[in-house]
Design a protein around this ligand. Structure first.
Ligand code: COI
Length: 357
């Protein structure tokens, strides 16, 4: 249990126009910070006014990217309850990532306590408008000063909050995805399953090239044979082929998404066969040409459940469900967002109320 000291900002910022939030552009009044030293462990848990850090330019994080982050959201219900969705899953994933990145773990209960404490202080920042939420970004950075390539001894854990709307400019409208055939995101033994900034840094060039061609994001293939589908830039991806749902297994190269596992649980509850395993891109395209690729959708905290209307692989194109959102994608979107915003009962025990807003 953390002992969190709270220092409130002397002046509060003006709240944004909720009709034009975008994603991750505006930041709230306060942040959570906690430092780690080998002698004291994690200590000095505080909520303080949102402000820049002063860090030595030789800090390990700036040179060798020893860093981790998470993403979750706080939602406002019709009766003004502020609530979270499975924050313990984010805490656990951050700890799994920490082991891979040689960073100190934070007990999951402390992670959840820190998130809840900050959200309670920032409750007025949780948007009221439909589809908008308070995006919460916990992260850990290595703060040792020095250029040797080895694990830092000192770290900072911080949580910031950003009132946000849809991740994609398209909103819930289906997006075009470019199947990446040159660059790779992950390979066995690397950090694909960890939510570390380096994975995203390595993905930026492919994303930028795809965006120039009018695609929302790239679909990554496995890093060894470039044959099997893995995930999309900011979300996991699922394919409905001939009535069955396929998605890559979490065997080390794919991010174990909280939305991914929640959708899989829902799909199984609804009687769908969900196959977590290797799915060749050639088979996806073939299914598309034979009219058997019924739906494709991404799942992610930021992206929620996001329909895909087109896949382009080496010049071959398939169009999915007449460029419309499919019934399973729509049902998942409605169920997930229904539970998150408190419009549907939480039949799975996934909702964690924080406070009244
Ligand atoms: C999220 O969905 O929360 C993510 O972290 C994806 C992101 C890089 C925007």
């Amino acid at each position: 249990m953390l002992d969190i000291k709270i220092t409130k900002a002397a002046a509060l910022k003006q709240k944004p126009d909720e009709s034009n939030l975008g994603f991750g552009k505006i930041f709230s009044d306060h942040m959570f910070v906690m430092d780690y030293t080998p002698a004291q462990g994690w200590h000095d848990a505080q909520i303080v006014p949102y402000a820049p850090f002063a860090l030595d330019p030789a800090c390990v994080v700036f040179h060798y990217a020893q860093e981790l982050f998470e993403g979750l959201k706080a939602y406002r219900t019709a009766d003004n309850t502020i609530q979270l969705f499975r924050p313990d899953c984010n805490g656990q994933r951050m700890m799994d990532s920490a082991v891979r990145m040689c960073m100190p773990e934070i007990p999951v209960e402390d992670f959840v306590q820190a998130v809840k404490a900050l959200v309670e202080v920032e409750k007025d920042w949780v948007p009221h408008s439909d589809g908008a939420s308070l995006y919460i970004r916990p992260f850990i950075i290595a703060t040792d000063v020095g250029m040797g390539v080895h694990a830092s001894h000192n770290y900072r854990f911080c949580i910031i909050c950003s009132p946000s709307g849809a991740y994609y400019a398209e909103g819930i409208d289906p997006v075009r995805i470019y199947v990446e055939d040159e660059y790779i995101r992950a390979a066995p033994g690397l950090t694909g399953f960890a939510k570390c900034g380096g994975n995203y840094a390595a993905s930026i060039k492919a994303g930028a090239e795809a965006e120039k061609l009018g695609f929302a994001q790239v679909l990554w293939l496995d890093g060894v044979e470039k044959k099997y589908v893995e995930e999309v830039g900011s979300m996991n991806i699922m394919f409905k082929i001939d009535g069955k749902i396929y998605t890559a297994a979490c065997t080390g190269t794919v991010l174990p998404g909280v939305t991914r596992r929640s959708c899989i649980e829902l799909l199984k509850d609804w009687g769908y066969e969900v196959i977590e395993g290797k799915l060749a891109i050639a088979d996806v395209m073939k299914a598309g040409h034979e009219g058997k690729l019924e739906e494709v959708f991404g799942t992610g905290t930021a992206a929620v459940v996001s329909p895909v209307k087109e896949l382009d692989w080496k010049g071959d194109k398939v169009f999915i469900n007449d460029s419309k959102i499919g019934p399973v994608t729509q049902k998942l979107y409605d169920t997930m967002t229904g539970m998150q915003w408190g419009k549907l009962p939480d039949t799975k025990g996934w909702i964690v109320p924080v406070c009244k807003g």
